[in-house]
Ligand binder design. Structure first.
Ligand code: PGA
Length: 252
């Protein structure tokens, strides 16, 4: 059995006061949720504050992006060794907003994935098609291409210390959730593609769903065979809703 992971992605939101409130509520609520793994991915500058607020709780810390470089003359970048030192366990790579708004290509994502793993961080690799791609029947082609970029650079074994998040772009922040069946179909496709190279890795890897997950729809998504949790944007900024999603994971 794969453990459910619920990871919050705060994106470009929050300030010291709101993060303090949010994290304190999550830590308190998460105390009883021993059967689900929980993480929060904070903006870079608030990682140290979030780490301090999380303290020794079981809620893990993650970042939202990472440089493919470890150090050097790369103004504005933040490296995997830095994230590790500050207490991160996870880092999101290849989020669709990085791909669409900041020109990140499959190869860039694959190198970020590699840089994170080299330090022992767990990359949360985001895959997902746009609405136009779905309507053109290209969902599997796009997801396969994004996944293959990592498989080709790092090999299938690298996925045994990684998490995948399937996030259809048309469902992110739109309130339009993929149906459990739509999501399950793509999750199964991803797992089969990995299984074609290594069955054990495919069985072990957590594949999260992301895209308008809320307290009200998490349970039906997490009930699907190949959905092992969620990457939560908007709802992760509301402690009560986020905890409801975690509770849905706990109940699986
Ligand atoms: P959303 O975002 O939950 O607000 O749709 C998910 C994500 O982008 O990770």
């Amino acid at each position: 059995m794969r453990r459910i992971l619920v990871a919050g992605n705060w994106k470009l939101n929050g300030n010291k006061a709101s993060i303090q409130q949010l994290v304190n509520s999550i830590v308190t609520g998460a105390n009883e949720l021993t059967k689900v793994s929980i993480a929060v991915c904070a903006p870079y500058v608030y990682l140290p504050l979030t780490a301090e607020l999380l303290g020794s709780s079981a809620v893990a810390l993650g970042a939202q992006d990472v440089s493919e470089q470890d150090s050097g003359a790369f103004t504005g970048e933040v490296s995997a060794p830095m994230l590790l030192e500050i207490g991160c366990k996870y880092v999101i790579v290849g989020h669709s907003e990085r791909r669409a708004l900041f020109g990140e290509k499959d190869g860039d994502t694959a190198r970020k994935f590699a840089a994170a793993r080299k330090q022992g961080l767990i990359p949360i690799l985001c895959l997902g098609e746009s609405l136009a791609e779905r309507e053109a029947g290209q969902t599997e082609t796009v997801v396969a291409r994004q996944l293959d970029a990592v498989l080709e650079l790092e090999g299938v074994q690298a996925l045994s210390d990684a998490v995948i998040a399937y996030e259809p772009v048309w469902a992110i922040g739109t309130g339009k959730t993929a149906t459990p069946e739509q999501a399950q179909a793509v999750h199964a496709f991803i797992r089969e593609r990995i299984a074609a190279q290594d069955e054990a890795v495919a069985k072990k890897i957590q594949i999260l769903y992301g895209g308008s997950v809320k307290g009200s729809n998490a349970a039906e998504l997490f009930a699907m065979q190949d959905i092992d949790g969620g990457l939560i944007g908007g709802a992760s900024l509301d402690a009560q809703d986020f905890l409801k999603i975690c509770q849905a994971g706990q109940n699986q």
